[in-house]
Write a protein that binds this ligand. Structure first.
Ligand SMILES: Nc1ncnc2c1ncn2[C@@H]1O[C@H](COP(=O)(O)OP(=O)(O)OP(=O)(O)O)[C@@H](O)[C@H]1O
Ligand SMILES: [Mg+2]
Length: 278
């Protein structure tokens, strides 16, 4: 593939996103993920690639996503080129309507996951499934900085409660800046996993206040597209708790700014007392 021009859209320590043009004048997105090791030594295997998630999970499940055109991996980084979705980045113009459409999209991801999960390889399912043991590993890391001992019983409660629930794929970073809208809404920037928790739905609902969106409408659209008969407030709360723990862990191991870690930690501290468990 012949990229003849590149402009940097974003550059971080761990990733770079370029807008590229090929010799026919087509626009493409080139994303480079640098293989940086966690700053905190981990006693367990942790590696994550958006590319792997798209190719080995999102594509076989037939979840709509930007098509991957090309990819190269070396020791330093993974580079992948994908379709450029020509539309507005919803982060620039957040609106309630985008949350409603996103609720339909993540509802559809639930039902597609449920239908097509048997298409995924055993190895991929194992690598991407959030188990209680993985959660305990994350908490052990977090506990080096914050003392969250009672969280172990909360995690036991949550995993017992969900042990027979449907496992499905999450997007993992549901926020306006990861939605592109043209005549449809496209989700970009995947960092999800396989689990039974409604963390993406929690993310949508928790952003409703920013755009004066109706939380019941978000939930209604999610239920319609996921074909789930009902989701309780506790299910959504648990989605938020799971989200926050994973966020704190990821931010800590990649040495992200303290304010980001604190913000996720404070969110978790606000959510825990709302959970009525024994
Ligand atoms: N397939 C695409 N089509 C059009 N624009 C895209 C596409 N993928 C990424 N972009 C643009 O590049 C920006 C950064 O991409 P992306 O969100 O995937 O990377 P990131 O490194 O995780 O960035 P951030 O941390 O800001 O979310 C997006 O906000 C979007 O504007
Ligand atoms: Mg993004």
């Amino acid at each position: 593939m012949d990229i003849i021009n590149r402009t940097v859209i974003k550059r971080y320590e761990y990733a770079q996103v370029n807008l590229a043009t090929d010799s026919n004048g087509n626009k493409l997105i080139e994303k480079i993920q640098f293989h940086i090791s966690p700053v905190i030594p981990l006693t367990f295997q942790y590696d994550y690639h958006e590319l792997e998630m798209m190719e080995s999970i999102i594509k076989p499940l037939e979840i709509p996503h930007a098509r991957i055109i090309n990819s190269i991996q070396n020791e330093r980084c993974t580079t992948y080129v994908m379709d450029f979705i020509d539309g507005i980045n919803c982060g620039d113009e957040p609106k309630a309507e985008y949350l409603y459409i996103a609720a339909e999209k993540i509802g559809a991801i639930y039902s597609k996951s449920k239908m097509n999960m048997n298409r995924l390889s055993k190895g991929i399912i194992e690598k991407y499934t959030l188990t209680k043991e993985k959660m305990f590993d994350y908490i052990e890391v977090i506990n080096k900085y914050y003392n969250m001992t009672p969280i172990y019983s909360i995690i036991n409660y949550i995993f017992d409660k969900y042990q027979n629930q449907t496992q499905f794929v999450t997007h993992g970073d549901i926020q306006f800046k990861n939605f592109i809208y043209n005549n449809d809404l496209h989700l970009i920037d995947w960092s999800g996993q396989i689990d039974p928790f409604f963390s993406d739905l929690y993310s949508l609902i928790s952003q409703a206040h920013k755009v004066d969106a109706d939380m019941d409408e978000i939930k209604k659209r999610y239920l319609e597209f996921s074909k789930i008969s009902s989701i309780s407030d506790e299910d959504i709360l648990i989605g938020g708790i799971i989200n926050a723990i994973r966020a704190i862990f990821t931010l800590l191991i990649f040495d992200c700014p303290t304010e980001w870690v604190e913000s996720s930690y404070n969110e978790l501290q606000d959510l825990i007392p709302l959970l009525n468990f024994h």
